[in-house]
Design a protein around this ligand. Structure first.
Ligand SMILES: Nc1nc2c(ncn2[C@@H]2O[C@H](COP(=O)(O)OP(=O)(O)OP(=O)(O)O)[C@@H](O)[C@H]2O)c(=O)[nH]1
Ligand SMILES: [Mg+2]
Length: 281
């Protein structure tokens, strides 16, 4: 009996500070008034889930409550992530991180995005309430600059700008989610991986560590969602953090991995002379 090919449901969580417009966006995407909306921060206390279909793919969309203000803190920036938002992130494949066009990207925003990336989840930025600003291009450029600098260990898309109040279905955002999801599940061919890494190492040699230049022998993908690559070789555990970052960035660039972070593990051979006949580069 033929087993029908079932495409997995893609779970996306809408996350962001209180009042940024998450529920407004969620209701527009669901085409129903499911999640209550108000101008009072902290309106969504629970998690709302709705299934939608786009381009033949099922999506599970989660609206989560915003963050909570820290006790004793009067500042809007002193917030912590609630159990509900954390659960939404945990359940998701991809996080739609929402920010307001007329507000700055804060420390709290940065911390949550860092958490999302370190959990190996996809990350898409949405700038909402663009009706409230005049110089959208300048604001977007600033966000792009911040994102590039703060999350230099991943290649992320430019933020998508919307006005959730009068939004048609955001096909561009959901198309981006599909391509990130496909990439997240990808299993890279060993040959391609090894030739890509070889060219990266040839372009810029591994720095010498204590009179010895670590030698990379091969790379292998050991998991997807999150994508983990193991890099084997002699003394590869001595490769500097800067050089590890160089490899990470260039692997993403050359393999066109966008929207999430990949993880590298460096595994050193016990004895550097053990496998002499293996090709090294
Ligand atoms: N001007 C403007 N206002 C918006 C837009 N989207 C949402 N709002 C308003 O922003 C306020 C907050 O919207 P919500 O959708 O409840 O925000 P939320 O992020 O779900 O808030 P919490 O549930 O408290 O975390 C409401 O008064 C919305 O009408 C927008 O694109 N432009
Ligand atoms: Mg809400």
């Amino acid at each position: 009996m033929d087993i029908p090919l079932i495409k997995k449901v893609i779970t996306v969580a809408i996350v962001g500070k209180p009042n940024v417009g998450k529920s407004t966006f969620f209701n527009k995407v669901a085409k129903k008034e499911i999640s209550p909306i108000s101008e009072i921060p902290g309106t969504t206390k629970d998690i709302f889930i709705e299934e939608i279909t786009f381009k033949n793919r099922k999506f599970r969309v989660i609206d989560s409550g915003g963050l909570k203000r820290k006790a004793k803190s009067k500042s809007d920036d002193q917030q912590y992530i609630t159990k509900e938002s954390l659960k939404a992130i945990e359940l998701s494949d991809i996080v739609f991180f929402m920010i307001e066009a007329d507000k700055d990207f804060t420390k709290t925003d940065k911390q949550i995005c860092r958490l999302v990336l370190d959990k190996g989840k996809g990350l898409i930025f949405i700038v909402n309430k663009i009706d409230l600003v005049d110089e959208l291009k300048k604001i977007k450029d600033e966000y792009v600059y911040n994102i590039k600098n703060l999350f230099s260990d991943a290649i992320l898309d430019k933020p998508y700008s919307i006005c959730a109040l009068n939004l048609d279905f955001p096909s561009n955002i959901f198309s981006a989610a599909i391509s990130i999801y496909k990439n997240l599940k990808n299993h890279y061919d060993n040959k391609i991986l090894n030739s890509t890494l070889k060219s990266i190492v040839e372009q810029n040699k591994i720095p010498i560590y204590s009179r010895f230049r670590p030698k990379i022998k091969y790379i292998k993908q050991v998991s997807s969602r999150p994508i983990i690559f193991k890099i084997f070789g002699n003394q590869v555990n001595k490769i500097s953090l800067d050089y590890q970052k160089y490899i990470l960035k260039n692997l993403c660039k050359k393999l066109n991995i966008r929207g999430f972070k990949i993880f590298l593990k460096f595994i050193s051979s016990e004895n550097p002379f053990q496998s002499k006949n293996k090709k090294k580069y």
